[in-house]
Ligand binder design. Structure first.
Ligand SMILES: Cc1cc2nc3c(=O)[nH]c(=O)nc-3n(C[C@H](O)[C@H](O)[C@H](O)COP(=O)(O)OP(=O)(O)OC[C@H]3O[C@@H](n4cnc5c(N)ncnc54)[C@H](O)[C@@H]3O)c2cc1C
Length: 390
């Protein structure tokens, strides 16, 4: 089979690699360079957590993904690269005692029931072990030694190199403008420059841009921009792992989370909240109001970062489904099209396993979790439990 993948983010690259591994001829087209600086996947870092509240499916799928992340680390190192997944563990903090229905409590209960050894923490533990957090601000929570963060942009770049080595043809600067249709089915795509490429199946992995190609999804998919601030503290020592771990603080109630310093002394903070409803191609501006909001949170929670210089900020786009679950399915009304999108702000951690799901959908094979990510009409709005305000 000849497969054409549109979009070179985490979904597209992982799909291309897996389809090629299964013996298909694969062409991946990407509107910009790969990685594209505006892609959601092209970032310094993403949390890789298996903490998913009460959600058994994501928690279970993450056990598979974590094993793969470790394999990928070994492979990258073996190929002369370096480990891009940093399994530092994660701190899940709460400013109130954890209680049923709360993200921290429910994650802790589910993971403990599965046999994970989690370390319960309190304000005394934080003051002793992670003094960068303001004393007394967080009173409960736990440290999960499993999980950490991945250098997301570097992961996409590494996997794109792997795709090329495996024989995937990658065309950069190929922005898809329209589908090529024949006999009532989609048989390829046409670029903005008018070039056509044909294939047996077109996998649309266009992230937040998906509705420009498939406007019929606009009722159930929205693009929302999320500000990210990357600080360069003058003294980075308090923010280095293992003293300062990637963290989520009241995340289901306030959205705040962040990372330990990377090798360049950069410390990233973001918010898993509602975001700014905006098209991804509109000018991306992170204003002074946002910076003030971040600094106000930091002053009350991680005071040593509150006045740190900003190295850079960016607006990064979620492709939000109405229900917070990804969308990986055959298009029922456009024969020949498979969609692989709807990351809803939490899919990067599944990069090592998303290609399996996409390839199974393409080949019409069963996948244990495909039903959750099926084609669905707009319905009751909800989100994953870590998401705030949606
Ligand atoms: C601020 C922020 C923080 C996040 N934090 C986390 C986290 O901590 N953990 C986690 O697991 N996930 C996180 N996510 C979610 C994660 O980034 C996404 O799940 C993932 O990157 C989505 O990958 P994608 O391939 O669907 O989209 P993208 O990475 O956006 O890739 C889509 C690609 O398609 C290309 N494209 C679009 N239209 C066309 C076209 N017409 N023709 C050709 N190419 C096209 C684009 O140029 C782009 O390169 C976060 C997201 C954001 C925005």
């Amino acid at each position: 089979m000849r497969a054409l993948v549109v979009g070179g983010g985490a979904f597209g690259v992982a799909s291309a690699v897996e389809l090629r591994r299964r013996g298909h001829e694969v062409v991946l087209v990407e509107a910009g360079p790969l990685p594209h600086p505006d892609a959601a996947s092209t970032d310094l870092s993403k949390l890789v957590r298996c903490d998913y509240g009460q959600d058994a499916l994501y928690t279970e799928w993450m056990q598979v993904a974590l094993a793969r992340w470790r394999e990928w680390n070994a492979r990258w190192s073996g190929e002369g690269g370096r480990a891009l997944f940093h399994e530092t563990g994660i701190l899940l903090l709460s400013s109130e005692p954890m209680a049923p229905g709360g993200f921290e409590y429910d994650s802790h209960a589910l993971l403990s029931g599965m046999g994970h050894a989690l370390e319960r923490v309190d304000s005394a533990w934080l003051a002793r072990s992670c003094p960068a957090f303001k004393e007394g601000r967080f009173v409960d929570g736990y440290r999960n030694p499993i999980g950490g963060w991945a250098e997301s942009g570097a992961v996409v770049a590494a996997e794109a190199r792997r795709a090329r080595r495996m024989g995937v043809t990658i065309e950069e600067g190929f922005g898809v403008d329209a589908f090529v249709e024949r006999g009532g089915r989609v048989v390829g795509v046409r670029s903005t420059a008018g070039r056509a490429l044909e294939a047996d199946v077109v996998v649309v992995a266009a992230g937040a841009w998906i509705t420009t190609l498939l406007p019929e999804l606009s009722d159930r998919l929205r693009s929302n921009g999320h500000p990210v601030f990357v600080f360069r503290p003058v003294d980075v020592t308090p923010f280095v792992a293992p003293t300062f771990l990637p963290w989520a603080a009241d995340i289901g109630r306030t959205g705040w989370y962040g990372f330990s310093a990377n090798a360049d002394g950069l410390v990233k903070v973001s918010n898993h909240g509602v975001g700014v409803a905006q098209a991804p191609e509109a000018p991306r501006v992170v204003g002074a109001t946002e910076e003030a909001r971040f600094r106000a949170f930091l002053r009350h929670s991680i005071p040593g970062l509150a006045d740190a210089p900003v190295a850079f900020s960016r607006l990064c786009f979620y492709s939000d489904t109405f229900d917070g679950d990804f969308l990986v399915a055959r298009h029922p009304d456009r024969e020949g099209v498979v969609v692989a999108t709807g990351d809803s702000g939490h899919a990067f951690k599944f990069t090592p396993v998303i290609g399996d799901l996409v390839a199974d959908v393409v080949e019409g094979r069963p996948h244990p979790f495909a039903e959750r990510f099926r084609w669905r009409e707009f319905g009751t709005a909800r989100s994953e439990q870590a998401r705030c305000g949606v």
